[in-house]
Design a binder for this molecule. Sequence first.
Ligand SMILES: [Zn+2]
Length: 441
Amino acid sequence: MKYVDACSILGKAARILENYTLCDNCLGRMFALLGRGLTNEERGKTIKTMLTMCLHEGIREGDADSIEVFKKLAPRLGDVASKLYEEISGNHLEEAGGCYICGDKLSRLIVKAAQDAMVNLKEYKIRTFLVASRIPSVLASREDEIKRLFGLSYAESIGSEVKREVSKILQRELGLIPDFENPDVIVEVDLSTWGTRVLSMPILIRGVYWKLGRRISQTIWVTRRGERRYAFSVEDGLSVLAELLDAENVILHASGREDADARMLGTGRPFIVEVKNARIKTVDIAILEKHINKYSSRLLEFKLHSKARRAEVSEIKGDESKRSKIYKALVVTEEPISDSDLRGLEGFFNKKLVRQRTPTRVRHRRPDVIRERIVFSVKNRKIGKRVFESLIHAEGGLYIKELVSGDNGDTSPSFAEYLGMNAYCASLDVIAVLGLHLRRV
Ligand SMILES: [Zn+2]
């Protein structure tokens, strides 16, 4: 019985109430980590009841000090002490009121905030949520003052109480599920205004796209004159998601990009699509996939895999140079080429380091830098006297059209340089985006 005899809760509570008026919630919160399945209001009420009983015991045992302490504390003990107070003093008890921390507003305002949140959440179709709180510094510092003065190591913060209690009401009334990792929305309770704000968390979905048509850009491409450079883009194909999910917009985060006139075939290109400010979050990924494929029929194909985490966005965008790609280029040469030229080209571009300045055609919109990339292998197939098809396996980030043409010497070595004649890439397909990271040789 050691801890029962030595229990310090009532002693600490009595000293707090000698100095401060606290409502049931705020008093209970000072001992919030003790006892499970209780609200702080219940804790506070229980402590005030027990204090009244202990002091009553002292009074019945003839302890003069107990009478004095009781008379002093009774206005702050409130309702539970009123009958005894009247019996002892013959006067009606005037409750102190005016909680030092919350001004007696906390329990009412928790309900108000929850009601406000329910109104705000009406326009959302969601399953999961998380409550966050913004606490004015004056509240936090008053609370800390009491914790510090009385050595209260089992207290929690007002923010934690608000989050938990509002969360309980939303779970009960709306059947929502709290999710700390990846909630559909965050309900933010502002303790200075007691209003709430719903923040819709972006939906991130991982997938792969194939581009079956040409003259399709990856993102929506608007020229300086405000005109669209290409009528359709991969991002346009995904924009159906914004309509389906009643969202503000969609953003495509892809692992590298191909030229607008290049197709993306074979393995497809990995991406994460970000749907911003969606009000509907209860639609199956399989249904979304069906709709976007229907919309982009014969131009694009999508496979949506699963929800993604925020950290994966930078991973997928940053890993372009770690991936290697296989391209299929249709090459036209100025002069006829021989089989031995083509075999020679294959032998020459075996694990070959290529230095490439940002191509002339994109230099106005991309940083002008010199990059070094490896061409791992080249495999050629003759189609006509001056036409051959080339399968090129290279490090991500190498511009293939310039690998063929040489870009007036800005890419070296190049097919044109090796062959000693002008060469031109007439069409280009990306046929594999490979995950492996091949080491430089
Ligand atoms: Zn209070």
